[in-house]
Design a protein around this ligand. Structure first.
Ligand code: ASP
Ligand code: MG
Length: 401
């Protein structure tokens, strides 16, 4: 029978009690005759705690060592889950990323999977074992343990499914993909299916259910993904290829990202080299920039704004401090009270007027936006965090989400 890759997130394996429930689910599939590869995250908030410990040692921990440390979280959960399965009488084996053949490249804490040598996994599956793989980690060409960025267990799972040419089931603490995060808008509707493209857009714009890289790999290798609750049996959401016969809505979902830092660099002497220098510095440190805007030059100066994740705050602070020394005219202002709201939908390709409708809704409700960007299938607005709840509710009601 077919191989299935299942992934259980941190909240699903938070306690031994919960792990036993997961084991029951795994066993159920095993009894149905499937071969199982189970990817797990670290228990509960373990990864956060490990990062905190590192930060208590030094403000800016060495990234190789940080990878070494945080990767231990997943080792705890894989071994425990294997033990639970074994004591229930099911042959099972746990593998670290390295042992599972997951090869990565990139800078520490933000590695990418380049290939997976699945021979060892395949061998164990052939022996009838349930294979438990540590999410979020791999090994680079230097032989060092690496991690894939926060939420990287999804990526591990989808990449494994791609390599094993099978489907991937992501079990989590929410019961599927919602048009709007129900924690922000209680009336949100659950989607039965969503296209890779939309999901990728939603994930990269802040929907926390799935890691964007994971969806990207899913799309590239056409891995059918199913997202559902780990401790319930309600129907989840399929992430799949675009199906022309499906009804096309203008807007499929709204995403909210409130971990945004907006940096404004005022009074930059207007020379392309200066702008280039600023972005080059940010790029070199792998700061993921999001929105960028610039005022037209006045009296030889421009003001530049960009948004990035608050995770990169310390790195950005350092870069800006250096730049302030090199360009004495500039003043850097940092605003962390920012929320980014995006409306997403594949239907926006053929449907105009979504932007106009949003502008009108914002105007009618006195919501001021600071920046706007668009992609083919989304429009994003940065607003003050105080307006977040109101903005989401108004949009969700207007677009019937
Ligand atoms: N444990 C890692 C994290 O918390 C990976 C994951 O959960 O996917 O980011
Ligand atoms: Mg997690």
């Amino acid at each position: 029978m077919a191989v299935i890759v299942q992934k259980y997130g941190g909240s699903s394996v938070e306690t031994i009690e919960k792990m036993r429930k997961i084991a029951e689910r795994v066993i159920l599939e095993k009894k149905r005759g499937h071969s199982l590869v189970v990817v797990v995250s670290a228990m509960g908030k373990t990864t956060n705690q490990l990062i905190q410990i590192a930060r208590s040692v030094t403000e800016n921990p060495n990234k190789r060592e940080l990878d070494m440390l945080v990767s231990t979280g997943e080792q705890v959960s894989i071994s425990l889950l294997a033990m639970i399965l074994q004591s229930a009488g099911y042959d099972s084996v746990s593998l670290t990323g390295f042992q599972a053949g997951i090869q990565t490249e990139g800078i520490h804490t933000k590695n990418r999977i380049i290939d997976i040598d699945v021979k060892r996994i395949q061998k164990y599956l052939n022996q009838g074992k349930i294979v438990i793989v540590a999410g979020f980690q791999g090994i680079n060409t230097a032989g060092d343990i690496t991690t894939l960025g926060r939420g990287g267990s999804d990526t591990t799972a989808v990449a494994l499914a791609a390599k094993l040419q099978t489907r991937c089931e992501i079990y989590t603490d929410v019961d599927g993909i919602y048009a709007v995060d129900p924690r922000i808008y209680a009336g949100a509707k659950k989607l039965d299916a969503v296209f890779y493209e939309e999901m990728m857009e939603m994930a990269s714009l802040g929907a926390k259910v799935m890691e964007p890289r994971a969806v990207e790999i899913g799309q590239k290798y056409k891995v059918p993904i199913y997202v559902a609750a780990s401790h319930k049996t309600t129907r989840g959401t399929y992430i799949k290829e675009r199906d022309e016969t499906m009804e096309q809505k203008g807007v499929t979902g709204i995403t909210v990202s409130d971990h945004v830092a907006m940096i404004t660099v005022n009074h930059v002497p207007y020379m392309v080299q200066n702008i280039a220098l600023i972005f080059e510095r940010l790029g070199r440190q792998d700061v993921n920039l999001d929105m960028i805007s610039q005022t037209p030059p006045t009296a030889g100066f421009v003001n530049l704004s960009f948004t990035a994740s608050q995770e990169d705050e310390l790195v950005i602070d350092q870069i800006m401090a250096d730049l302030e020394k090199e360009m004495p005219t500039i003043q850097v202002v940092k605003d962390l009270e920012i929320s980014k709201i995006s409306v997403v939908g594949i239907g926006m390709r053929n449907l105009s007027g979504v932007a106009a409708r949003v502008f009108k809704l914002f105007a009618n409700h006195q919501i001021e936006f600071k920046q706007v960007t668009t992609s083919e299938i989304s429009i994003s607005y940065t607003i003050s965090i105080q307006d977040q709840e109101k903005a989401v509710r108004i949009l969700a009601e207007a677009f019937d989400l």
